[in-house]
Design a binder for this molecule. Structure first.
Ligand code: SAM
Length: 247
């Protein structure tokens, strides 16, 4: 009986590993199918047609974790209100929001987007190139926690006017603190965070909503390409940053 139980456990573990590998493959293949949809349906050098092709693919064929059309319109309005000269995005994925943001800003804007998954970064580069924005977007591969402290050394950036948080939700709180500790946020800097309700970032929300140093605003919306309730939270710094320098 003991041997039988052991064999059963082993089989179960194998099935789980197999399922995980399959899931991973499906997710990676999805990003290539999204790229294919862009290459076939979007006009080269036209960012709006790239956005439309991705939205059409995600609404009609496969869901993907881009900020999407509904929250994308909110992102557009906050970007235009802020009119930033320096922008940081955490979480590039396939480049949808990078294209969305940079199509609205002049070429002189410094735009840096961080992506830790090299397969997604490779797809994003091609999507951004198809949109004709390759000279305006600087995509850096790596984890936010490793790269944020290097922004001054790598890019000579002192502070960011606008930061878009759209990476894994458990990184939101440590990364906002890291940006503050590195002195990368100053008076007027706007941090816009996606998915604050779904999947949710409750500790981050508590942090930005309870501090007197920021004013925060919630934008009610829906999870990309669904009717599930979600939203974006903007946090605007009301006083000067810490300017404690690099860490
Ligand atoms: C929701 S997707 C980003 C969607 C993208 N902003 C858009 O709207 O097109 C999240 C991405 O963040 C990346 N990511 C997650 N945690 C990260 C981290 N700590 N540093 C860099 N990238 C991260 C994931 O690999 C994934 O591609």
């Amino acid at each position: 009986i003991l041997v039988l139980v052991l064999v059963l456990i082993l089989v179960l573990v194998w099935v789980l590993v197999l399922l995980l590998v399959l899931l991973l493959l499906l997710v990676l293949v999805l990003s290539s199918r999204l790229l294919q949809a862009v290459c076939i349906n979007a006009v080269r050098g036209n960012p709006d047609s790239v956005i439309a092709a991705i939205d059409h693919f995600c609404q009609n064929q496969e869901w993907a974790m881009n900020v999407g059309d509904e929250k994308g319109a909110i992102l557009d309005s906050v970007v235009m209100e802020t009119s930033p000269s320096t922008v940081l995005e955490l979480g590039t994925y396939c480049g949808y929001s990078a294209v969305r943001i940079m199509r609205l800003l002049p070429p002189a804007t410094r735009f840096i987007t961080l992506e830790m998954n090299p397969d997604y970064a490779a797809v994003a580069r091609q999507v951004i190139q198809h949109a004709g924005l390759q000279d305006k977007v600087c995509l850096v591969e790596g984890k936010s926690a490793d790269l944020i402290p290097k922004m001054a050394d790598m890019f000579g950036i002192r502070t960011f006017d606008f930061v878009f948080f759209d990476h894994w939700k458990d990184c939101y709180l440590p990364d906002i603190r890291l940006l503050e500790d590195c002195g990368l946020l100053d008076q007027g800097s706007v941090v816009l965070a996606d998915n604050v309700l779904c999947p949710g970032a409750p500790e981050y929300l508590d942090y930005v909503r309870s501090s007197l140093r920021f004013s925060s605003r919630f934008y009610r919306s829906h999870l990309e390409y669904t009717r599930v309730l979600d939203g974006l939270e903007s946090r605007t710094q009301t006083g000067p940053g810490s300017h404690c320098g690099r860490i």
